[in-house]
Design a protein around this ligand. Structure first.
Ligand code: 8DG
Ligand code: CA
Ligand code: CA
Length: 536
């Protein structure tokens, strides 16, 4: 986390410093370089770290002996060796952790659970108890740690009963939604109105349609006049929405949808926004201010209008060797990037990326997510979540991997442009402003020869092992499913995003070991990805 980022972490940072955590560094088995790195981390001026359970802020302070310390940092892994530096009985009164505890705690500005970094197996339990952030003795009682030393979801409080999924549920994440529903024609017509509202900047109205669409999408019967009374009682179906649905049932179409679909304005705004980098606001400006109507108009316009300084500055910050995708390049590639990607090609892209990744970091795990995982025959872009399977050191394996991989793909002619390359931020209980702290690379990819080398949009998401399953859930979609998943979690006192699940009252992190566990922790009945198609 950068210093600038920490300021966005909200109220936590206004809490006065209330103490220090004293650190003692055992220098044996550490290189001179490691020693100097760890000392400078421990002494970093004015560094404030939070206790995750209480939000209380403390500073680190080095101390000259183990006796005076709260936490002992050591690379020594054996009792006999450690006893050369600290007597065993004293060691049992301290948290004895590896250097990574300090590195990660400084990076995350938090006292991370010492048990996860216990240096000696025999001292794991006492390290958990003696961690400066330990809740031992609190009313919450005992929590166990897994054999990996991590708190896992199956070992902490579970909702007693899972909410049953049903099409009448208030939440899209509890309504089984197939890819194609019995009322797909109606969904298509409502989607035109929704899109038009979005293009016109009427976001509240767009969201009402989005919600209604997700409810209709889950309705398991073919809609007829005799079912309208039941539909009227479904969530998100107000009077206005019911009149549109009734109109469709009576006439087989919705007049407003027909009018919008053929309007010059809707068509122009729709086509402008197919260019990467042109959003609804820009599209409206092109139409209203510059009087543009077609893509050729837009091409001519951008040939003599350079990108805005803000955009140029943002692009210049991308730390990849590949060029960013400017508006002119996006216009030139538009037709290819608009093509749908068949499943076989998605799989071929995945295979190529993983082969290149294996050369950099052997043994990585990955899952193709997004629409592909929900069963779509053709995708607009490809989304892949990547991690390393080792819980203990896997985060280190994933850190910085986006940049490395993108540069390698670029050198091999497999990446032509980079739209976004974000740095690694581990699952962080302090996050507030950022709803997803994962490292991401959003790129334009081309398959190697002899394949048809069409430009394709590819999103690579890099998750630490602890965040792998939440990243998969968060990036499988669909959008409305995800929106309600976050809302549902919030109403249960939890915070869900792709980088993790935390309990709001104490920011305690849950670490699921499977996607099913993500659902269980949130109190949701399991839904197959193919039944999460809550959008049109
Ligand atoms: P398609 O249009 O690509 O065929 O369908 P899709 O795969 O469902 O759409 P997508 O636009 O690729 O989005 C896939 C899912 O990823 C979507 O449900 C929402 C999620 N998602 C983003 N951006 C981000 C983001 O920045 N953070 C997180 N956590 N999730 C995101 O699209
Ligand atoms: Ca996608
Ligand atoms: Ca995507």
């Amino acid at each position: 986390m950068s210093d600038e980022d920490s300021s966005s972490d909200g109220p936590n940072w206004q809490i006065p410093i209330s103490g220090t955590v004293k650190l003692y560094l055992v220098q044996a088995k550490l290189s001179a370089q490691d020693i100097s790195e760890l000392l400078s981390l421990a002494e970093r001026h004015n560094l404030r770290v939070s206790k995750l359970r209480t939000g209380e802020e403390v500073t680190f302070q080095l101390c000259p002996s183990a006796e005076q310390s709260d936490v002992v940092i050591t690379n020594v892994r054996m009792r006999k060796r450690l006893e050369r530096h600290i007597v065993w009985d004293l060691a049992k009164e301290k948290a004895i952790v590896t250097p990574d505890w300090l590195r990660d705690s400084v990076e995350q500005r938090a006292i991370l659970p010492c048990g996860d970094y216990a240096a000696l197996r025999e001292l794991h339990e006492t390290t958990v108890e003696n961690c400066p952030d330990s809740d031992c003795g609190s009313e919450e009682g005992t929590e166990h740690t897994s054999s990996e030393g991590l708190l896992v979801a199956s070992e902490i409080e579970q909702p007693t009963e899972l909410m049953k999924a049903h099409y009448t549920s208030r939440y899209a994440c509890l309504r089984p939604c197939p890819l194609i529903c019995p009322n797909q024609g109606l969904v298509r017509q409502l989607a035109i109105i929704r899109r038009s509202r979005e293009l016109e900047g009427k976001d509240t109205s767009a969201l009402s349609y989005e919600r209604a669409i997700s409810v209709v999408k889950a309705y398991p019967h073919k809609l007829t006049a005799s079912r309208l009374a039941e539909v009227a009682k479904l969530p998100a179906i107000g009077e206005k929405m019911l009149s549109k649905i009734t109109e469709y049932v009576d006439d087989g179409e919705i007049e407003e949808s027909q009018t919008i679909a053929v309007s010059a304005r809707f068509q122009a705004l729709s086509v402008f926004t197919t260019v990467y980098g042109i959003g609804a606001t820009t599209a409206r400006a092109l139409f209203d201010v510059f009087g543009l109507r077609t893509l050729s108009d837009a091409e001519a316009h951008y040939a003599c209008h350079p990108p805005s300084p803000a955009r140029a500055e943002r692009d210049s910050k991308i730390r990849a060797r590949a060029p960013s995708l400017g508006i002119r390049e996006a216009l030139a590639l538009r037709a290819e990037l608009e093509e749908k990607i068949p499943r076989a090609e998605v799989e071929a892209m995945h295979a190529v990326v993983m082969a290149e990744l294996a050369a950099l970091r052997p043994g990585c795990l990955s899952t193709i997510v997004g629409g592909y995982r929900r069963g779509k025959a053709e995708s607009n872009d490809v989304d892949i979540v990547i991690t390393h399977p080792t819980l203990r050191s896997g985060s280190d394996q994933v850190k910085g991997l986006g940049e490395l991989l993108v540069n390698r793909l670029y050198d091999r002619g497999l990446v032509t442009h980079v739209m976004h390359l974000s740095s690694f931020r581990s699952p962080d209980a302090l996050r507030t402003a950022h709803w997803d702290a994962l490292e991401k690379a959003l790129i334009v990819f081309v398959l190697p020869p002899p394949a048809l080398r069409a430009h394709r949009r590819l999103d690579l998401i890099f998750a630490a092992p602890e965040a792998y399953w939440t990243a998969i859930t968060g990036w499988t979609g669909s959008k409305m499913f995800e929106r309600d998943l976050r809302l549902y979690a919030k109403e249960r006192g939890l915070k869900f995003d792709s980088s993790g699940i935390t309990r709001r009252r104490d920011s305690k992190a849950y670490i699921p070991r499977s996607e099913r566990e993500v659902f269980t922790v949130l109190g949701l009945e399991w839904l197959e990805p193919e039944m999460r198609n809550a959008d049109a």
